[in-house]
Design a protein. Structure first.
Length: 613
């Protein structure tokens, strides 16, 4: 049989090839080829039918991977400065990119009674003050430690705790959440991680550990792979952040205090043009500071180290010359208990070991307070140690956050901050604040500072323009209120505003006096009460002015006003809180417990906001 082009579906070249092949085949080969062609035709037809009918592959393993149920992840954060909020935002994106279903919320926005319905719970929280929860974590914290807390046998959890090891109750809120969730029957998905101020690396370690545990139970479910940030972003779109700060030129650096003041408060105006950095009133500006070169030189001399010797700066093995590392990478001005404990492992010094093992906690606290690394070295005189080994026990130099004192609507491409220069004498030596000293003494007009924006969702103007606001601040705590009023003036908000401001002397320390008075005249600021503590025989503070205006303050609260408190947490903010309790008892005829409940409700409604430090 010969294939012809005219009576077959083959072209001339194919027909010639078949006519050459067929005469050479045996009968067995012809039968095999016939069966092969028939099976191929049948498989092709089935594939077409499956596609038309949307029939999935029936392989059992594949079918299992498609029907496996994915547990839902609930990611809750308690954040004061915004670090926890920013971390959870990034974590949510990365988990969703892996195919997980994630519910993310601030702790005060989460309905606590729904906790027992949660499957996998991830908690990220900072610690505030003397081991207290941040404001937006208080409601959930109190619920968990109340009799209403449910059993959580079906809940798996893990806690990331943010803190500062220079405080006695380091990461206490995270420790409390971790312990209580276990007491209520929860199963620990991954061990708690306690992070110091340089939290990025341990936070990443915790996240990867959690992710590995979560991935085990989701194995087999197809999910998009996580792309490195560099691949997700165009090389032309540079995003400035804490890890990659923008070098902002200093446009102005003015001393706000008058001649004769015992304070120095700097007003800095920085150029953000080209940074694409955006902020709202209430946010903070982060500055990546450097240690004082004189202090670095003193430390190098004390230790007889070579300033050009390369030392490690991270776990990845990167190195920098010692002088540069001590200037811009490592903290040398603050002692912490963990630092002393690590140092003790490098020496047999009996005095140091006795200090750390003492049952008198106050003895160690008193030693640490007001001392730095040079004091420590001189006091224990034990450092026959290489620079490379020594820097390994140091923590990273933390960034500094300053409340933004300007509105971007009023000052496009600029950001303003208010910085109080810290100087004091302790243990026979003069001391300076790391960043405030840099801003006051080593930052001239035309120089630049590495900066980034730190969001603060817990300190924001009301959405309703008619909402009255009560602003309470002392010293540099008045900074965000300048931003608030600039914003309100620019937008034309009509809501009443009342400022309580405190400082030492009227003549020398009335920060931004001309601006407040102009806003009072123009009606942007409705009322202002001031307290200058050193101008009267008996010291007068903002809480005293509040008590004097108790009736009007209560009326403002009853009419829907939002309270803002900014400044020192340990004294001013606590005194202000107690004054509000007193006012509610006096003017509202409430008991102590009812007054506290009133303020707690205001906090839940975002009508009592604090930015304290």
């Amino acid at each position: 049989m010969q294939f012809q082009v005219t009576n077959s579906p083959f072209n001339q070249e194919q027909a010639d090839l078949l006519n050459q092949l067929l005469p050479t085949l045996t009968e067995t080969q012809k039968v095999w080829l016939s069966g092969y062609l028939a099976n191929a035709q049948s498989a092709g037809a089935q594939a077409v039918a499956d596609a038309e009918n949307h029939t999935p592959e029936t392989n059992p393993a594949s079918q299992s991977s498609l029907t496996k149920e994915t547990r839902e992840i609930t990611l809750l954060y308690g954040s004061h400065t915004g670090n926890g909020e920013a971390l959870t935002e990034e974590m949510t994106t990365r988990l969703e990119d892996k195919g997980f279903k994630v519910t993310r919320a601030s702790m005060d926005e989460f309905k606590a009674k729904n906790l027992k319905k949660v499957q996998d719970l991830l908690v990220v929280t900072s610690t505030h003050g003397d081991g207290d929860p941040p404001d937006n974590a208080i409601s959930l914290y109190d619920f968990l430690y109340s009799k209403r807390a449910p059993k959580l046998e079906e809940v798996r959890f893990s806690v990331l705790s943010l803190g500062d090891s220079s405080y006695e109750f380091f990461c206490q809120t995270g420790k409390d959440f971790d312990a209580r969730l276990e007491e209520l029957g929860g199963t620990r998905l991954y061990p708690r991680m306690d992070c110091d101020l340089d939290f990025e690396d341990p936070a990443e370690e915790w996240f990867q550990g959690v992710l590995n545990e979560l991935s085990d139970q989701q194995a087999g479910i197809d999910a998009p792979s996580e792309q490195p940030a560099a691949e997700q972003m165009s090389t032309e779109q540079i995003v400035y952040s804490k890890k990659n700060p923008f070098k902002a030129e200093i446009l102005e650096n003015l001393n706000l205090n008058g001649r004769g003041s015992n304070k120095e408060t700097r007003h800095l105006e920085l150029d953000l043009e080209g940074s694409n950095l955006e902020f709202e009133p209430g946010d903070s500006l982060g500055i990546v500071p450097e240690n004082d070169p004189e202090l670095v030189n003193e430390l190098l001399t004390e230790m007889s180290w070579d300033p050009e010797e390369n030392v490690p700066i991270n776990k990845q093995g990167d190195v920098k010359p010692l002088r540069e590392a001590l200037t811009s990478i490592y903290e040398i001005t603050c002692l912490t208990k963990p630092l002393l404990e690590k140092a003790a492992e490098l020496t047999d010094n009996e005095k140091l070991h006795a200090l750390l093992s003492s049952e008198d906690r106050e003895e160690l606290k008193n030693y640490i307070y007001g001392r730095d690394l040079i004091d420590f070295i001189r006091d224990f005189g034990l450092w026959k140690i290489t620079a490379q080994n020594f820097v390994r026990i140091l923590r990273k130099l933390p960034v500094r956050l300053y409340s933004i004192a300007s509105s971007s609507k009023a000052n496009p491409d600029e950001v303003h901050i208010t910085v109080g220069a810290l100087r004091y004498d302790a243990h026979g030596r003069g001391r300076k604040g790391v960043c405030s000293g840099q801003c006051a003494e080593r930052s001239l007009t035309g120089d630049s500072l590495p900066v980034f924006i730190q969001r603060n969702a817990n300190f924001k103007l009301p959405e309703n323009a008619d909402t009255p606001i009560i602003m309470i601040g002392a010293g540099t705590g008045v900074a965000p209120y300048r931003a608030f009023l600039e914003e309100r003036e620019e937008i034309g908000h009509s809501g009443n505003s009342w400022l309580f401001f405190g400082e030492q002397h009227f003549v020398t320390d009335f920060l931004y006096q001309i601006e407040w008075q102009r806003w009072l005249k123009d009606g942007v600021l409705s009322r202002m009460d001031v307290a200058f503590s050193r101008d009267t025989e008996k010291k007068i503070y903002v809480q005293h002015r509040m008590q004097e205006r108790s009736k009007e303050l209560y009326e403002w609260l009853e009419s829907g006003a939002t309270i803002y408190v900014c400044g020192d947490e340990k004294f001013m903010a606590k005194d202000v809180h107690q004054t509000f309790v007193s006012i509610l008892k006096q003017e509202g005829s409430l008991t102590e417990a009812e007054a506290e409940a009133y303020l707690a409700e205001l906090r839940a409604q975002k009508r009592y906001q604090r930015d304290v430090y």
